[in-house]
Design a protein around this ligand. Structure first.
Ligand code: SAM
Ligand code: SF4
Length: 325
């Protein structure tokens, strides 16, 4: 089997595949005015099968379905089943705002979904609505509990750390995992093309979380196979864990193990990169598989050693809904 490697020796075993750029939420840092695009032209189930087959034959064993909001696709469960059946895919995950999770959790589990990341930036309905523009806080919370109840073992919460909005409530977020066996990861707000003023107002570094964890007896955990850049902490009195994802911290890119494909088939080498390699012309037929694999491998040659966020270059991503965050 080939393994996807770049010029710097990094191996890419993890594919983040956006299945739509449509979203029904209006998170202030992502789509503050709601979805403004043209909701068409997304990869079909057959194209997704060919794409994932190529990546799996190149050594990818973990796939995350994301968006936009992946569960707005009516054929989302078909996509889940299709990706699950691709030989070589050992772990299938999704990232979701969870507006449908309560309804879908059981079917997702039955279709082979192993892991679900739920975005949750506020711990009460008012704060949740302020940040996401959506009123369905209770439904999201019920979705998390339902996913746990149906036995989706790997549930994570993504919380974007926001100065002045949720950074004064870190203790409440820690409390959230006291009895729930899930990992809650604080993500530093990332600068994108559309969010400069918001970023300037609300960005705060992950050290804030680290300091509070250190002071409260949390201990860093050793990373597991295929784990991403989150540094996770455990505490004997808590069932769950707290993590920190700090893309602005030095060394963040050294362990990069992921590639992204947009909902229309563009291969993105970095969340903060420029442009994408168009894979779509090679997704039309099964007999294009070898050409597709060659194209992916040669595109990877262009991957840069690190992002240039520190130099003010955040790439050409307008918002994370467009690239699959
Ligand atoms: N709609 C789904 C959701 O929100 O979970 C999946 C797509 S969303 C783009 C994926 C993740 O990116 C979410 O956890 C979201 O909070 C995060 N995100 C979006 N924009 C961000 C930004 N500018 N900085 C940091 N995280 C961001
Ligand atoms: Fe939608 Fe996710 Fe962006 Fe929020 S972060 S607007 S839920 S894509």
């Amino acid at each position: 089997m080939h393994t996807l490697r770049d010029r710097f020796g990094r191996r890419f075993s993890y594919l983040r595949l956006s299945v739509t750029d449509v979203c029904n939420f209006r998170c202030e840092y992502c789509l503050p005015n709601g979805y403004q695009g043209r909701p068409r032209g997304f990869l079909s189930v057959a194209e997704i099968r060919r794409l994932v087959t190529a990546f799996a034959q190149l050594g990818t064993f973990k796939v995350r379905l994301t968006g936009g909001e992946p569960s707005v696709r009516r054929d989302f469960l078909d996509i889940v089943r299709t990706v699950r059946e691709v030989p070589g895919v050992q772990r299938l995950a999704m990232t979701t705002n969870a507006y449908r999770l309560e309804r879908d959790a059981e079917a997702l589990k039955a279709s082979g979904m192993d892991a679900v990341n739920v975005s949750l930036d506020g711990l009460d309905a008012t704060q949740f609505q302020r940040i996401t523009g959506d009123r369905r806080f209770d439904r999201v919370m019920a979705g998390i509990d339902r996913a746990l109840a149906v036995g989706i073992d790997r549930i994570k919460i993504n919380t974007v750390l926001l100065k002045g909005l949720n950074d004064h409530q870190l203790g409440d977020f820690f409390e959230f995992v006291r009895t729930r066996p899930i990992s809650l990861r604080f993500i530093e707000l990332m600068r994108t093309g559309d969010n400069q003023a918001y970023f300037d107002r609300h960005h705060v570094g992950g050290e804030l979380v680290r300091t509070q964890l250190d002071g409260a007896g949390w201990q860093p955990c050793a990373p597991g196979r295929g784990d991403g850049p989150a540094v996770e902490y455990a505490h004997p009195d808590y069932a769950g864990r707290i993590g920190i994802i700090a893309p602005y911290a030095p060394g963040f890119c050294e362990g990069c193990n992921r590639l992204r494909v947009t909902a229309r088939g563009g291969l993105r080498l970095c969340l903060f990169g420029h442009g994408s390699a168009d894979l779509r012309p090679l997704l039309a037929r099964d007999d294009q598989l070898e050409a597709l694999k060659t194209h992916i491998m040669s595109a990877l040659f262009e991957k840069r050693p690190a992002h240039f966020l520190g130099q003010g270059d955040f790439g050409d991503t307008a918002h994370l809904a467009s690239t699959g965050g």
